[in-house]
Each structure stands twice: as structure tokens, then as C-alpha cells.
Design a protein around this ligand. Structure first.
Ligand code: BDR
Ligand code: CA
Length: 311
């Protein structure tokens, strides 16, 4: 039986690659994709999710638009990383498939109440606004979720959007705080691990050599997206942040981490959205998350390229 997942996302080139990886993987059943405001505003993230599903030949996937702004704050976006559309780098047609009528938060609540408890895993790849709002509105869903595997946060790498915080958590720290406090089994892919899975020129060549529209598009997206990290960090390529979430579901042995306490800073302006991770166990605070610290990049890229080649 495939593992049922809901992808909550703000595409974003790396979100797009994560969605493709999920759709290319028979071990996973994507019940729906919920779009949230993040890298770009909601009208674009809900458009981009449909662009990606059509690229994968999956116009049957239900896509829902969710929250257009964080729970209590103004939206912060990241066009400086992802371009004006959020998916700059490749020219793709306007999507024809419809957006579903229901709000993403209603879809999340209804699906978790309908499916047997413990069978649906949530995969947030953007700010946690949709999930935080669903938990605020329907606290009963917390015990029905099988687990959450999310991309967000940073500890040893500290921040990318501020010196202290990673983008997804920074944008909506109140939502993140709810998610981390919900008692749901939580696995976190912070920058510490995503900065270890960098696309190299050889990977881009590999995607192009597939000779498919999907392979060319993934290469073009990554090519666009990597200019930012190359300039900023002097790194060899772009970190494929969000695909780490899906890769973890498929081959968890690629990753290693610690089950620790992680708290979200919501009060200080200076460190807003910081993920305060008790990696060294210096407090008595109860562990609430498996915080991933390392990955086998070769295995990760082998998995990714094998699967993308099937689309
Ligand atoms: C995260 O922020 C976005 O820019 C990426 O899509 C990823 O989810 C990395 O900080
Ligand atoms: Ca994202």
C-alpha cells in the first residue's frame, strides 16, 4: 500500500522538484497539494503547483489554494531567490487544470478526519501557515496525522533570510510554533542538511541527458536557482531543500539526525523564526522533533535522477 501524503507547498523551483519526485514514486500516493503564500504570493504558488502537475502529466492531482498571508504577520516573499514567478528559469505553458473550490485548510481538516487515523503524512515545503491554521481550527486532527516531514529551520547553519532564521520558519513563526508544539511525530530537514545536497554541473548534465521535457525543465530551474546560492555562499551549486522531504519518505537511511527539542522564537525581532535546537541536550526540554543533520548526497542524487528519469 502506498504511503498517503499531502504536499503543502509554495513553489519555488526546489518545491517543484520535490513534487516531481513524489509524483514519480509509486511508494507514495499524493492525496492532494495545498498551496500557501511564501516564495511568491498565493495566486502564483497555486498556479505553479498546477504547472508542475501538468508537466508531470498528472492533471488529476487535486490542488487547493490556502492561506494568502501568515497567521498574524505580513507576508514576506523571496523573489530575489526564485524570480518573479517563483518558477523562473523554464518557459512552461499556463496550466489548464482547475484549482479545487475548497480552501486548502478545509481540505486538510476533512481529509485527516476522513482517512483512518495514522495513515496520512503531511509534507510541508513552505511556511507552515496552512498547517498551523488547520491545527488552530481543528485541534483533533493532531492525533490523526501519521507524521509531519517538513523542510524548515537551521541550527549550525543558522539563517538564510536573516542571520538567525531560515525562510519557511521566519515567514510564519506563529504557525511553526503551533506545529512544533502539536505532539505530532515531526521530522525536520533544516538548512544543515539541505546545504549538503548541492546540484553540481554533472547533475545538471544528467538531467539534460534524459532527453525529456521534465529533465530539461529540472536542469533549467536548477540552473536559475543556483545563481543565488553560488553568489551568496560561494557554494558549488543550488541546495535542493524541499526534495529532501520526499527523499526521506522514500529512503530514510540517506539521512541521519537526532531526536531533540526544537523551539521556535516568536517574540524577538532580532531572532524571529529561529529554530532553537537543543542538539547537545543541554536543557530538560522534552524532545519534539527528529532534526536531520546530515545526508549521503550521492545516494540522494541517485534516487532523484532515477525517479525524475521516469517522468
Ligand atoms: C526554503 O525556502 C524556500 O526558498 C525554498 O523553497 C525552501 O522551502 C529554504 O529556506
Ligand atoms: Ca519551499
Amino acid at each position: 500500500m502506498p504511503q498517503k501524503i499531502i504536499i503543502d507547498t509554495d513553489p519555488g523551483q526546489d518545491d517543484a522538484v520535490a513534487i516531481l519526485l513524489a509524483l514519480a514514486s509509486p511508494e507514495l500516493e499524493v492525496l492532494g497539494i495545498t498551496a500557501v503564500a511564501g516564495n511568491v504570493p498565493l495566486p502564483l504558488t497555486s498556479r505553479n503547483a498546477r504547472v508542475v502537475c501538468e508537466l508531470a502529466g498528472r492533471p488529476d492531482i487535486p490542488i487547493f489554494a490556502g492561506c494568502d498571508a501568515p497567521m498574524t504577520r505580513a507576508l514576506v516573499t523571496a523573489e530575489h531567490v526564485h524570480g518573479k514567478t517563483g518558477l523562473d528559469g523554464a518557459d512552461l505553458p499556463e496550466p489548464q487544470m482547475p484549482l479545487q473550490d475548497a480552501h486548502a485548510v478545509d481540505f486538510l481538516i476533512e481529509t485527516l478526519r476522513r482517512e483512518p487515523a495514522g495513515t496520512v503524512t503531511l509534507c510541508p515545503l513552505g511556511p507552515l501557515t496552512n498547517i498551523g491554521t488547520a491545527l488552530a481550527r481543528a485541534p483533533d486532527i493532531a492525533e490523526r496525522v501519521a507524521g509531519i516531514v517538513l523542510m524548515g529551520g537551521a541550527y549550525f547553519e543558522v539563517g538564510n533570510i536573516t542571520p538567525a532564521a531560515e525562510f519557511n520558519i521566519y515567514v510564519d513563526p506563529e504557525a511553526a510554533s503551533r506545529v512544533f508544539a502539536a505532539g505530532i511525530p515531526l521530522t525536520v530537514m533544516p538548512l544543515d542538511v539541505t546545504h549538503r545536497v548541492l546540484t553540481t554541473e554533472a547533475h545538471l548534465k544528467g538531467f539534460r541527458a534524459m532527453g525529456t521535457r521534465v529533465g530539461d525543465t529540472v536542469a533549467a530551474w536548477t540552473d536559475f536557482f543556483e545563481r543565488f546560492d553560488k553568489e551568496k555562499y560561494g557554494s558549488a551549486g543550488a541546495p535542493l531543500h524541499d526534495p529532501c522531504v520526499i527523499a526521506y519518505l522514500l529512503e530514510p537511511e540517506i539521512f541521519s539526525g537526532r531526536h531533540i527539542n526544537v523551539e521556535i522564537e516568536t517574540v524577538s525581532d532580532l531572532t524571529r523564526g529561529m529554530t532553537v535546537a537543543d542538539w547537545w541536550g543541554v536543557t530538560e526540554r522534552a524532545p519534539n522533533a527528529t532534526f536531520i543533520g546530515d545526508a549521503d548526497a550521492d545516494r540522494f542524487f541517485a534516487l532523484l535522477t532515477d525517479r525524475i528519469a521516469t517522468l
